[in-house]
Design a protein around this ligand. Structure first.
Ligand SMILES: Cc1cc2nc3c(=O)[nH]c(=O)nc-3n(C[C@H](O)[C@H](O)[C@H](O)COP(=O)(O)OP(=O)(O)OC[C@H]3O[C@@H](n4cnc5c(N)ncnc54)[C@H](O)[C@@H]3O)c2cc1C
Length: 445
């Protein structure tokens, strides 16, 4: 790799390449896919599209793979190296230009989401992709995984914010897709949710919205998940929240012990956020009370939840890095299935978990009744294999009913669940534009 580094440095400049091994930076990813052996990498820090073009050309000549890298928070191993690779770290693509009249921003690939949110806010505007990982994840990483944030019920996923973009193709050609509210037959969608296998995004045009006149947050309590789920279906016929989270937390494990390290309170809660004029928001609140027929928690608890909503990410990061993780296996699965099947699917997951003696610590719906999540955990060190079997049964079932992931992408971790028919078509497109298969190989397909 030393030789490759030196050759590349001659082309793009000494200060833009290091021998840095990204295996250490990908703490989360490597833990997510422990069975994979990660390969040596060198890191390139391009400053312009022209630098990326030179790197990609070099990669084709030397038949070495390149991996676009944003914040490194991806959970599916999408930015990990399974071959010796050049990691293209996009951190210097950090410009933000706001076109206030057009409600559009042009944003460098490496801009951290929170920076765009803050800058837009100063102009009285809202950028609407707001995931837990908002302080770490980048614009292009979020596009490449088509992430989902706290405002997705009202504004859609990250992919739905994108109006146009610039990207460098595996052939080293530059593609510029002009921003437009309506996309015709252009290749924009080749880059949304495809985890960098078709090219490197260098900047994107994204939607902005006027800041809402009024925002209001509410929490309702239910006796169990089924009751809450049916209430959500009633609610959504008449009420349009911008954020919806129905979550059942179970603190008792198989042996009947309360899990000391779980911070969330046991029970079923529905978290709703509304945006609009004061009249609209008050109407939605009144209608919610009527339709949900459930106990509403104090307004202060609701506001605290919303103001601290990203803190769970910090807690999670601390948790997985801490000693406590030793011996604890945790998986958060996010599937998308028809709403008429969700309760039945939840029952099946519960019986699978019971059969393998794995604990379900949370079941939830995020924004749409189809988006069902389930958290599995075991603190029994000998249960790793059972955990994998349980996950496999649940995801295989989901992939036959809809989608086996709704927000974190596929990477290498879940690629075995991609249907053969889908893989065949994606591979044909991939090899047509990337004949040397240099662009993020081994992911999705
Ligand atoms: C604590 C925590 C909380 C999280 N919460 C959420 C959440 O609420 N919602 C959610 O959707 N996700 C969440 N995630 C997952 C993760 O934050 C998202 O997947 C995020 O969008 C990844 O962005 P990133 O910049 O870190 O990308 P990376 O991890 O660097 O890369 C992810 C993928 O994007 C590709 N990529 C990166 N940059 C480019 C580029 N310039 N061009 C082409 N491809 C590129 C990479 O090759 C890789 O395949 C969370 C993760 C953690 C650790």
């Amino acid at each position: 790799m030393m030789h490759i580094r030196d050759e590349l440095a001659k082309i793009i400049g000494e200060d833009k390449v290091t021998l840095k091994d990204y295996r250490d930076s990908l703490d989360l990813e490597t833990r997510a896919i422990e069975e994979v052996e990660f390969k040596e990498t060198i890191a390139a820090y391009p400053r312009s599209d022209n630098d990326i073009i030179k790197i990609v050309r070099f990669a084709n000549e030397h038949k070495i793979s390149v991996i676009p890298f944003g914040g490194g928070t991806g959970l599916m191993g999408g930015a990990s190296a399974i071959k010796p690779s050049i990691i293209i770290d996009m951190k210097y693509f950090n410009d933000i230009e706001i076109y206030k009249e057009d409600l559009v921003a042009k944003v460098g690939a490496g801009v951290i989401l929170e920076e765009l949110i803050d800058k837009a806010k100063k102009e009285g505007l809202l950028f609407a992709h707001d995931p837990w990982s908002v302080s770490y994840a980048t614009i292009a990483g979020a596009i490449a995984t088509d992430g989902l944030g706290f405002l997705a019920a009202g504004y859609g996923s990250m992919g739905e914010q994108v109006l146009g973009l610039d990207a460098i193709l595996p052939t080293s050609e530059k593609l510029s897709i002009i921003p437009s509210r309506k996309s015709y037959a252009n290749p924009l969608h080749l880059f949304i949710g495809t985890e960098g296998i078709f090219g490197i995004i260098s900047s994107a045009f994204v939607k902005l919205y006027p800041l809402p006149e009024y925002e209001s947050v509410h929490i309702f309590e239910f006796n169990n998940f089924e009751e809450g789920y049916n209430a959500v279906l009633r609610l959504l016929r008449y009420v349009k929240p911008v954020s919806l989270d129905l979550s059942s937390v179970y603190n008792v494990d198989n042996e009947g012990k309360v899990k000391e390290w779980l911070q969330e309170e046991e029970g079923t809660r529905l978290y709703l956020t509304f945006h609009g004029s004061r009249e609209e928001v008050e109407y939605y609140h009144k209608k919610s009370k009527e339709l949900l027929d459930a106990k509403e928690l104090d307004k202060k608890i609701a506001n605290d939840y919303w103001n601290n909503r990203h803190q769970l990410a910090e807690y999670y990061l601390d948790f997985i890095k801490s000693e406590r993780r030793k011996g604890i296996k945790f998986e958060f699965l996010h599937v998308s299935i028809p709403r008429s099947k969700v309760l039945e699917f939840s029952n099946i997951c519960n019986s699978i978990a019971k059969r393998y003696k794995i604990d379900i610590i949370e079941e939830s719906i995020w924004h749409f009744p189809e988006f069902f999540s389930i958290s599995l955990m075991t603190s029994n060190e000998n249960a790793n294999e059972r955990m994998l079997y349980a996950i496999d049964e649940i995801l295989s079932l989901a992939s036959n009913m809809g989608a086996f992931e709704y927000c974190h992408g596929i990477g290498m971790k879940l690629s075995k669940y991609v249907r053969k028919e889908d893989k065949d078509v994606l591979r044909k497109i991939k090899y047509a534009i990337d004949p040397n298969n240099i662009m993020n190989p081994g992911k999705i397909i």
